[in-house]
Design a protein around this ligand. Sequence first.
Ligand SMILES: [Ca+2]
Length: 414
Amino acid sequence: MSRMAICAIFAAAVASGCGVSSANSPGAGEPQVSRAASNLPKPASFAEWKAQFRPRAIAAGVSPGTVDQALAGLTENPEVVRLDGAQSEFTKPIWEYLDGAVSADRVATGRAKFAQYGGTLDAIEARYGVDKEAFVAIWGMESSYGTYKGSMPVIRSLATLAYEGRRRDFAEDQLVAALRIVDAGEAAPSQLVGSWAGAMGHTQFMPTSYLTYAVDFTGDGRRDVWSADPTDALASAAHYLKQSGWVHNQPWGVEVKLPKGFDYALADQAQRRPVADWRARGVTRIDGSALPDYAPAAILAPAGARGPAFAIYDNFYVIKKYNNATSYAMGVGHLANRIGGGSTIQGAWPRHERELSRTEKIEMQERLTAKGYDTGTKDGVIGPNTISAIRAYQQARGMTPDGFATVALLQTMR
Ligand SMILES: [Ca+2]
């Protein structure tokens, strides 16, 4: 379920807007099994990497037999190298991402799955206390309800990425976890298939997430996230959400109307306040009714002051633990709403705006930093640090501090 994995799936499937927001990977807070690989010089060859990896895997607890079986005859996968190195220059703005992620077809299929698996979904919801709309939406987002689970050999992909990927330690940790799955007899190496980045099955679990969160809901003794039956995978996703803090029967967020003169510097995911505070500032639901009182809440305006705004609650941050991107969390949340019969987003997106290219985003980061508004890394990804820098720049010039990167804003910096 890494961002990479999502992008791999979507590149093949629905060309959704990967790269809208910064990426992370699930399980980032889990114990890591090895850390040393990237501190060492990159091995001269894949064969040398294999020789160096073997004792590390054994030290991490994988049986020598499993390691040797996995490494025998293993070669690099050039396609994985190519996909890992492909950083797209152009990404979609969030409204286009949501158009794809929450398409009419995906909503209709989600409702059909509700009917098809009704009893199973109710049983999973009852056991984990996670709303069925949420884990079905994750299923829809991750694999289009099992249509695009990925069929690349996971051990080969992860070995390739551990040798020369952009995140070698992460890949090696995942590879060791994959070998542990084999060691435990939960799957044969040939059964470990998934996206080029190693995400597996209906809900695109990375191997460490599988080890930590996968469950046997069918009761056959296997935690099977790969087969045609999605039951174990859906229960595993529900378990993941529950362990991440899901609150049953509470919305991820609701669309809101902000009062005239609202201070957009407050529209920030990190600024969580009691609902009474937002009510006192005049924030209401989009239809003018009172904001639901699930504390705390933050205000999110993902396309700035001229786009829709939302009050977001605990479950929004829970979804981000599955995939740490604002666009992804909005996609899952909104898809869940729509599957459950909720309405479309009412506010108008600024569809006339063009998403900055990666080069332009880097230029904006360089110009902001040069003007004294430090953006941290200059990686062409508009993350929290860059948004804060944009706000400070806007505030100093009497502009609405909504933190939204536009072409016009870049022009004022030139
Ligand atoms: Ca099972």
